[in-house]
Design a protein around this ligand. Sequence first.
Ligand code: 8X3
Length: 250
Amino acid sequence: MNKIAFITGASSGIGKATALKLANDGYDFIICGRRAEKLAELTNSLGEKVKAISLIFDVRDREGVQKSISSLPEEWKNISVLVNNAGNAHGLSSIDTGNLDDWDAMIDGNIKGLLYVSKAIIPYMIKNKKGHIINISSIAGKQTYANGAVYCASKKGVEAISEGMRLDLTQYGIKITNVAPGAVSTEFSEVRFKGDKEKAAKVYEGYEPLLAEDIADFISYALTVPERVTIADVTIYAKAQAAPTTIYKS
Ligand code: 8X3
């Protein structure tokens, strides 16, 4: 069996691109998401050399996460790499007009979901005295922008969890890499704007945004550095982006 990578939010975007990239690097996979069909498509495209198991759950479902992970066959529990990618923005509103359901979805998915999955997997890494957790944060976790208070708070939460994981888990030989991407052309904005494709497309107009593959390439790199090296924290911007709300558009 190859080394095993566990990727959340693998149905699309950065998660899917990461699975495809790591398939080339020789990993087997546990891919997780909410959309069974999309995960099945991905499993088929990973190629014959790679073994993959799909787990269908929403990271916000605490019991579902625990049950799915504990039901894995024993040999699949030796997870080498956990990519905590699942997470979304819901809405872009001033703090006085924001929607409580959107806030719950962001706090529950981006923070609590990441914790539920990590809590279920970390014991196996501790047992093996080895592992690598890659948390997909955001530039929103580095700098708050107007109308994004709760999304930014959720990603600042991810930043704090990455730091805390590093403090608590380095003693067990577990590496933690925090990745903070800027604007990446994925379904991200469509989800944020609740399916408004036109509004979402505008976010990526007039410049060349990052692609999901750019983040996947970095993740692959972070996993292939010598064992003695930990890439702790990286911010990745598109060339035209200087800050969360400063993008030079033509
Ligand atoms: C995604 C990027 O700019 O919306 O996390 O915060 S941004």
